[in-house]
Design a protein around this ligand. Structure first.
Ligand code: THG
Length: 383
């Protein structure tokens, strides 16, 4: 069967790296923020997973769009949008943060980059934050300019990232701390380089603000990467589930609040900062969330990685009652078990709780709830 082709019109944008990922044999795309995101290359997801854990990869993550807030009220607006306390944030810092609405529903979970006291980028997951920010700014008469700048992140991920990046940008990259950024020259142009990325294997994200340099940047990294066994890649589903990295639109939607998403540490609820959704989040907090994102490890043959959400059923005194849903699941070659992320109700979310998973192929499998990031667990079969 010939895979149906995605028509990349003006509404679905290519990136400055698209020509390179196409010549390297990209096997498919997803669409995030109206922009194509490579989903794989010649390697299988499993081969790609081992490669990412042992070597270094270049990821076209141009779909991680920036929402720029600038001028007098920029700091006020970004703080209004998130329950994370930004008062101590410094220029050069990246901060993972939930964005919420007036009901404490998740709007997005960006990385906030503080470029200056009155200049921020929200490096967003898949939702239209620009419209939300503009609506707030207009409604509240804030003095702030909001735009989507022409900035295209490229991620370098894996244990050999430092060696590869140092070859292209010099040893200065080694001094960039986790979730900090620096400006380093590349062919006469300064680039923002952060130590961050959507994997737990370490690495960098380069925020290219000159799209015409995309191919040149990719080629420099590619050529320098030959000796490190560099490969094209993309966020790896197995690695991200093991590491407990959440995906907006999959693990959580606007129906969920940050406490359900395990983001309590990013919620300042003592009333000392002013943000939209404070009252609603405070009320949820005093009652305690009804469900939370947890890991689930389950039995049987490799599960089909599609058709989510799947029901999770209780055992023992909760026998066969639906106590949650699986939002993402995949076979892990390291665990030699199926691993998943899911929303699990309060009475069943403790580490070690036995459950049943109705996987997309119609099978019912025995599983166990686990904390995140996950560690290997024994599943006690009841049958
Ligand atoms: N990089 C950049 N932008 C992004 C992502 C990214 N935008 C979309 C999406 N990813 C946003 N979501 C996440 C989710 C997790 C992390 C980053 C962005 C992440 N989490 C670390 C963890 O959970 O271990 C660290 C979080 C922390 O500081 O505590 O890295 O990947 N530019």
């Amino acid at each position: 069967m010939v895979a149906p082709k995605l028509n990349v019109s003006r509404r679905i944008r290519a990136t400055p790296y698209t020509s390179r990922v196409e010549s390297l044999g990209v096997s498919g795309y997803s669409v995030v923020n109206h922009t194509i995101l490579p989903k794989g290359f010649e390697k299988s997801v499993e081969e790609d997973y081992w490669h990412l854990k042992n070597h270094v990869q270049l990821w076209d993550v141009g779909c991680q769009r920036q929402v720029e807030l600038k001028r007098k009220d920029a700091a006020r607006l970004v703080q209004l949008m998130t329950p994370r306390d930004l008062r101590q944030a410094v220029v050069g810092q990246c901060l993972y943060a939930p964005l919420i609405d007036h009901q404490a529903g998740m709007i997005n979970d960006p990385i906030i980059l503080k470029l200056d006291e009155d200049h921020f980028w929200l490096s967003i997951a898949d939702s239209d934050v620009l419209l939300w920010a503009r609506g707030l700014a207009i409604g509240m008469s804030l003095e702030v300019s909001i735009c989507e700048p022409d900035v295209w992140p490229l991620a370098v991920q894996g244990p050999k990232s430092d060696a590869l990046m140092a070859k292209v940008f010099g040893d200065m990259v080694r001094d960039i701390h986790f979730f900090r950024f620096a400006w380093l020259p590349f062919n006469g142009h300064g680039l923002l380089i952060a130590r961050s990325g959507y994997s737990k294997q370490g690495g960098f994200e380069i925020y290219l603000d000159k799209p015409e340099m995309g191919a040149e940047l990719w080629d420099a990294l590619w050529d320098a990467g030959m000796e490190f066994n560099v490969s094209p890649g993309s966020p790896n589903l197995i690695e991200r589930v093991e590491g407990g990295l959440l995906s907006y639109g999959n693990e959580m939607t606007n129906e969920n609040n940050p406490l359900e998403c395990g983001m309590k540490q990013y919620c300042q609820l003592d009333g000392s900062i002013d943000f939209i959704g404070y009252e609603a989040l405070k009320a949820i907090s005093s009652k305690g969330p009804d469900r939370k994102i947890r890991g689930v490890i389950f039995d049987g043959s490799p599960c089909p990685p599609c058709q989510f959400p799947w029901p999770v059923l209780g055992m023992g005194k909760e026998n066969d009652r639906q106590i949650g849903t699986i939002t993402t699941a995949i076979w892990s070659p390291a665990f030699k078990q199926n691993i998943a992320l899911g929303m699990i109700e309060r009475h069943s979310w403790n580490d070690g709780t036995q459950v049943k998973v109705e996987s997309g192929d119609g099978l019912i499998r025995t599983g166990v709830v686990t904390k995140l990031p996950m560690s290997k667990k024994r599943i006690v079969s009841v049958d």
